[in-house]
Design a protein around this ligand. Structure first.
Ligand code: FES
Length: 152
């Protein structure tokens, strides 16, 4: 609660800055807990329904806890043609999750996404801010190990 308060206060509880508050909370906690939204409503008087609308409208916000690392596998047409489904399957097996889920150790959330805008590199995945083009499933164990170890 104290951390939410600090973030909201940083924006002077100004209702015009609820998106910025939500971004800061998302960055800090990797998702936006309900209690955080309730506190923003209380301190800014912005209606809770409006905050939920914002949270569900922007893809960068999550209302569910997410992993420490976000793996996104592009499912756009170019990547699909070059085996995106097989890549997603391979990540699902490696992490023992379904697409959209977070691994039990809380390390990874696996997502299938639309075109990442670099189709010439298909198939493409991202892990956090890092992009991997011409991706091969054989590289998955090595990458998982790398991110688990905290090195990039
Ligand atoms: S379809 Fe995958 S980057 Fe465009």
């Amino acid at each position: 609660m104290e951390k939410y308060n600090k973030i909201i206060d940083k924006w002077n509880s100004d209702p015009d800055y609820v998106i910025e508050m939500m971004q800061d909370i998302q960055d800090e906690f990797k998702y936006i807990p309900r209690e955080a939204l309730e506190l923003i409503t209380k301190k800014t008087t912005k209606p809770l329904a409006r905050l939920y609308h914002i949270a569900t409208f922007y893809k960068s916000f999550s209302l569910e806890p997410r992993g420490q690392h976000i793996i996104q596998v592009c499912r756009g047409t170019a990547c699909h043609v070059k085996g995106a489904a097989k890549i997603l399957d391979a990540f699902e097996r490696e992490l023992n999750v379904k697409t959209g889920e977070t691994s039990t150790d809380g390390m990874f959330t696996l997502e299938g996404v639309r075109c990442l805008g670099c189709c010439s590199l298909a198939p493409v995945i991202t892990i956090d801010e890092d992009l991997y083009g011409e991706f091969k499933t054989a590289d998955i164990p090595k990458l998982i190990k790398k991110y688990k170890g905290g090195e990039k």
